[in-house]
Design a protein around this ligand. Structure first.
Ligand SMILES: [Zn+2]
Length: 296
């Protein structure tokens, strides 16, 4: 099943609901970054959260989620746009920990419980807006729920799960996000709580073959709703040779000069996708000339 997301609303308008299957994008991120099992889970959960939080983005809008805790992973950065593109990396991809007391991957431990989640929305006009909240557990889903409450005052339920196989690959990944607006009535809230309990772990649901529509069907059982949108999701980076050269230019003339002196050209690695770019001595020379003699 290819990755995608569905967005729905209850008939009374009191519930916004999103569900996504992200197995392929989480596996692509694992493969590119060679992450440890625990880092794979942290990275996959963050990518799913980014897709869910970015589900209402329009053309030319983007979202960046940064989860910076005090754990050995050193931080997770993900961004996405309105086309369903998501890319992400962790600072220390090989950081790992033994399983926690429940026998599960210790995502909270590897991320750290002391730190912040920052969510930046660039709406394509004006300054990008960043909202932040302290981490609750480092398990990502609770941190997103708390962020939504603190920053947007919307009570939500978030579930994010990545099932890592014995071989260390991503076997299943997905999540859902429910937001309760003020007009949601109390009976519906009780119904939702019961449904969430029955669904169990979202990674197991995806592993069992449930689609995003199936997941919404389970969590919204008994609540009339309709689907507003279906959006394909994929891991894709926006880096290019041109952007890398722009990055080199942003380092300034002194830095470019020292790169030229040290050796013949430079090698740069994109943090987000791990692709390596070669910038030749000729290209460095051209950058330097533009910096020293900017066009009038
Ligand atoms: Zn890249």
């Amino acid at each position: 099943m290819a990755d995608y997301l569905v967005r729905a609303t209850s008939e009374d308008g009191g519930i916004r609901a999103l569900a996504a299957v992200t197995t392929e994008m989480a596996e692509e991120a694992r493969r590119r970054h060679d992450t440890s099992p625990t880092a794979t889970a942290a990275l996959g959960r963050t990518m799913t959260a980014t897709a869910l939080l970015g589900a209402t983005l329009k053309d030319d809008q983007s979202i960046t989620v940064r989860i910076i805790g005090d754990g050995p992973i050193g931080g997770i950065i993900a961004d996405g746009d309105s086309t369903g593109r998501v890319r992400a990396y962790v600072k220390e991809p090989h950081a790992d920990l033994p399983n926690n007391a429940q026998g599960k991957l210790d995502v909270g431990g590897v991320v750290g419980r002391d730190g912040y989640i920052h969510v930046t929305r660039d709406l394509g006009f004006g300054q990008p807006y960043t909202g932040s909240a302290p981490l609750v557990s480092g398990e990502i889903a609770e941190d997103v729920t708390n962020y939504l409450y603190v920053s947007e005052q919307v009570p939500s339920a978030t579930a994010l799960g990545v099932l890592v196989s014995r071989e260390g690959t991503v076997q299943a990944s997905g999540g859902y996000l429910l937001q309760l607006l003020p007009q949601a009535d109390d009976d519906v809230k009780a119904e939702l709580e019961r449904n969430l309990g029955l669904l169990g772990a979202v990674s197991s649901a995806v592993d069992a073959g449930l689609t995003p529509e199936d997941i919404l069907g389970r969590v919204l059982q008994g609540v009339p709703y309709h689907i507003l949108e279906t959006r394909p999701l994929r891991f894709e980076c926006t880096c290019s040779q041109e952007r890398v050269i722009g990055l080199v230019a942003s380092l300034g003339a002194d830095e470019v000069r020292s790169m030229l002196n040290e050796d013949q050209g430079a090698e740069l690695r994109c943090h987000f996708c791990n692709k390596v770019y070669q910038v030749s001595a000729d290209e460095l020379q051209q950058v330097l000339e533009r910096l020293e003699h900017p066009p009038a």
